[in-house]
Write a new protein. Sequence first.
Length: 94
Amino acid sequence: MTFQPSFRWIFDAVAPEYEAKIIPAFSQMAENFVEWIAPQPTDLAVDIGTGTGIVPRIIAPQVANVIGIDFIWRMLQVAKTVSHEKQLSNTYFV
């Protein structure tokens, strides 16, 4: 299954609201997930389908580097902005 370009505008349109309204509902689940995987300081973490980057932001202080991957440019822009605001220099989004 492939996503048609018409799907992308929906995610692009909701990226800022997604971060503000949806992420708070998922943050505890993301924190539990990170705790469950027990990251190590030398790990490179990769989050595929990162959206606005909640998992990379949670895991960043515990690992060497984090790469968040998503196909929605605006979600990645939000992820980069928030990570920069939180001074997480080991997060990368593509």
